[in-house]
Design a binder for this molecule. Structure first.
Ligand SMILES: [Zn+2]
Length: 364
C-alpha cells in the first residue's frame, strides 16, 4: 500500500473538492509512490507529532489541520511550520491533511462531536448546494441496463438512503454517420433511426470524470450523446455543522454536567441559559461562529462550537445559548473516527493515534 492509496481512501470519505477555498487539505509532503509502513493520526501536525511518528516507525501522518496553510516561500526552519516540514522531509514522512473537506463530509467532524454527546435524530446544519449534477444520456434500449449498472457502480444515482435511482423514457434516436464514422448501428451516409432510452441520474459533482468514463465504457456507441447539468439542489448529507437532539430534555445544570462529562472538559464558556428545557443541540467542530444564524434558525436551544470572539457572544441574544468548549476540544474526537476508518480499510500496516497533546492552549 502506498501513500497514494491512503490519500485515495481518505478522499473517498472526504473529497478534496469539498474543502473551503481558503483551505489547503491534501498531501502536503512526501511521495505518492512511497510504501506506507505505518500511519500516525493527529489533530495537528507539529514537530512533536513528527518526532512521535519517527519513534513509532510511522512514515505517514494523517492530520486534520494542514501544517502548511498560507504557503511557504522558503524552508529555512525559522518557525514551527518550516521546522515541522524539514523534519518530516528529512525522515521521509508523508503528511496528509483532511480539513474543511472532512468537516463537510458525511460522518465528519461535527457528526462525531454530536455522537460523543449522545445526540440522536441528527442532520447536517447547513447542507451543501451546487455539489450535485445531473447526467442525461441516450442509449439503445437493449443496452440501457448495462450502462445504468456501470454508472451506478461509479457512484451515480444515490439520493439519501436510496441507491440506483434513475429515470428513463423511451423515444427515437436519429443520426447519419459520415464516411469516417464506425457506427455500431447503421452505415455511412445513411440516415438511421433507433429505439433509444433517455436515462437521467443525479451524481456528486466530484465524481463526474469517473461516471462519464463508466458510461463511455459501457455504452455501445462510438459517439455517446449526453449532457451534464449543474444543479442548485441541496445535498442534505454533506455540509457544515450538525443539529440533533438529546434523548431527554435537560435543565441547564444537567446539560452543563453532561457536556463536561461527555467531552472531558474542565470548563467551557457560555452565554446566558434561557430558562427553558434543553433538547435541540447544534454543533460545529472548530471555529463555528459563522453557523450561529443557522443554529438559531434550526431552533437549537444550545450551539456548541469553539473560537467565539467576545462580540460574537452577543449575537445569540435570547434565541439560543452559545457554549464555546474550545477549538481543540470540539475536534479532537475526529482522531478516533479517522483511526476507525483507516484501520478498517488497511490491514497491512499499523494505524496509530498520536499520544501528543497538540493543543497550544492551556488553562491556568
Ligand atoms: Zn479546527
Amino acid at each position: 500500500m502506498t501513500v497514494q492509496d491512503v490519500c485515495h481512501s481518505m478522499e473517498t470519505w472526504a473529497p478534496l473538492s469539498w474543502q473551503e477555498s481558503y483551505d489547503n487539505a491534501g498531501l502536503l509532503c512526501g511521495s505518492r509512490n512511497q510504501t506506507v509502513r505505518g500511519i500516525l493520526i493527529s489533530l495537528d501536525c507539529t514537530e512533536a507529532v513528527v518526532k512521535e511518528a519517527i519513534e513509532k516507525g510511522c512514515n505517514m501522518i494523517v492530520a486534520h489541520h494542514p501544517i502548511v496553510f498560507k504557503g511557504l516561500k522558503s524552508l529555512t526552519g525559522k518557525n514551527y511550520v518550516e521546522r515541522t516540514m524539514i523534519l518530516a522531509i528529512k525522515n521521509d514522512i508523508a503528511i496528509y491533511a483532511s480539513h474543511t473537506n472532512l468537516d463537510h463530509a458525511p460522518q465528519g467532524v461535527s457528526f462525531h462531536l454530536a455522537n460523543k454527546l449522545g445526540l440522536i435524530n441528527g442532520k447536517v446544519l447547513r447542507p451543501f448546494q451546487q455539489a450535485l449534477k445531473q447526467l442525461s444520456y441516450f442509449v439503445p434500449t437493449e443496452s440501457a441496463a448495462k450502462t445504468r449498472e456501470a454508472i451506478h457502480a461509479a457512484g451515480a444515482g444515490n439520493i439519501g438512503n436510496y441507491s440506483e435511482c434513475s429515470f428513463s423514457q423511451t423515444g427515437i434516436g436519429r443520426f447519419t454517420p459520415n464516411e469516417l464514422a464506425n457506427p455500431t448501428i447503421g452505415s455511412a451516409k445513411k440516415a438511421e433511426e433507433v429505439n433509444e432510452e433517455q436515462v437521467q441520474v443525479i451524481f456528486p459533482a466530484h465524481l463526474e470524470k469517473g461516471v462519464l468514463a463508466a458510461l463511455f465504457q459501457a455504452h455501445p456507441y462510438e459517439e455517446v450523446a449526453y449532457f451534464v447539468t449543474s444543479l442548485d439542489n441541496t445535498w442534505n448529507e454533506v455540509g457544515s455543522g450538525y443539529v440533533a437532539e438529546l434523548p431527554h430534555a435537560m435543565d441547564a445544570d444537567q446539560f452543563s454536567k453532561h457536556l463536561k462529562q461527555s467531552l472531558g472538559l474542565s470548563h467551557f464558556r457560555h452565554t446566558a441559559w434561557l430558562g427553558r428545557p434543553i433538547q435541540r443541540i447544534a454543533v460545529c467542530g472548530g471555529a463555528g461562529s459563522f453557523l450561529l444564524g443557522d443554529a438559531m434558525k434550526a431552533g437549537a436551544d444550545v450551539f456548541i462550537s469553539g473560537d467565539f470572539k467576545y462580540h460574537e457572544f452577543f449575537d445569540a441574544e435570547n434565541h439560543c445559548t452559545i457554549c464555546d468548549i474550545g477549538h481543540y476540544e470540539s475536534e479532537v474526537m475526529i482522531k478516533d473516527a479517522i483511526h476507525a476508518y483507516l484501520s478498517n480499510n488497511f490491514s497491512t500496516f499499523a494505524v496509530l493515534k498520536s499520544m501528543t497533546n497538540s493543543n497550544p492552549v492551556s488553562y491556568a
